[in-house]
Design a protein around this ligand. Structure first.
Ligand code: AP5
Length: 190
């Protein structure tokens, strides 16, 4: 299976992707985690993206595409993938579509996690106390949400036009959201 999880910061992409990948036996690829790994390893890419990520801005399309596509292609050869956080702009979606089509690895479903803005901010501020991610200050969280609305939300229509979009209410508890995704995907019992 080849899946994308789409949703605003705090909507639960990472949480749900981890659970789903395990259940479906496919690889979970998180663009945010892979970019943070580049920063941690002090690679040239990490040096280029650190300030942008700390400010809550998106990394340029070509850098993310060059980072992510080799991971996606390798996971494709191993039986499937679930990507969380990429594509995130129309430019990324169009380029990823061309590259995936050439390799017979097109997305099969896009799960859009929809949650109220207040709930998103509360979740991320709660995480800030536990994990201290550089981009989890209140001002940066609000900026990330604006960036999401402007640059990522148009992807909903892009995927709806291709008949791939599954909308899921992500306001409830983690297990409930997970059950709704599984039911929507028709992924059956574990
Ligand atoms: P990324 O790491 O993708 O961050 P994000 O989109 O801001 O998402 P979060 O990780 O904050 O939230 P999430 O939706 O994954 O929720 P989670 O499960 O963690 O991206 C970070 C940055 O990297 C971007 O700003 C950008 O700079 C760069 N980047 C990444 N991809 C890029 C791309 N393609 N192009 C350009 N730049 C890119 O949950 C959040 C919290 O809520 C957790 O504490 C969790 O325990 C809790 N929670 C989850 N679900 C629930 C629930 N149902 N009920 C209660 N609490 C819950």
């Amino acid at each position: 299976m080849r899946l994308l999880l789409l949703g605003a910061p705090g909507s639960g992409k990472g949480t749900q992707a981890t659970m789903l990948a395990k259940r479906l036996g496919i690889e979970h690829l998180s663009s945010g985690d892979l970019l943070r790994l580049e920063i941690e390893r002090r690679t040239p890419l990490g040096a280029q993206v650190g300030d942008l990520m700390a400010a809550g801005d998106l990394v340029p399309d070509e850098l993310v595409i060059d980072l992510m596509m080799p991971y996606v292609e390798a996971a494709n050869d191993r039986g499937g993938w679930l990507v969380d956080g990429f594509p995130r702009t129309l430019g990324q979606a169009e380029r990823a579509y061309e590259l995936a089509r050439a390799r017979d690895a097109l997305l099969e479903r896009v799960v859009h996690l929809v949650a109220d803005a207040d709930q998103l901010v509360d979740r991320l501020l709660a995480r800030a106390h536990k994990e201290g991610r550089a981009d989890d200050t209140e001002a940066t969280i609000r900026h990330r949400m604006e960036v999401y609305t402007k640059q990522t939300e148009p992807l909903k229509q892009f995927y709806a036009d291709r008949g791939l979009l599954l909308e899921v209410d992500a306001n409830g508890p983690v297990e409930q959201v997970n059950a709704e995704i599984i039911a929507g995907l028709g992924a059956g019992a574990a």
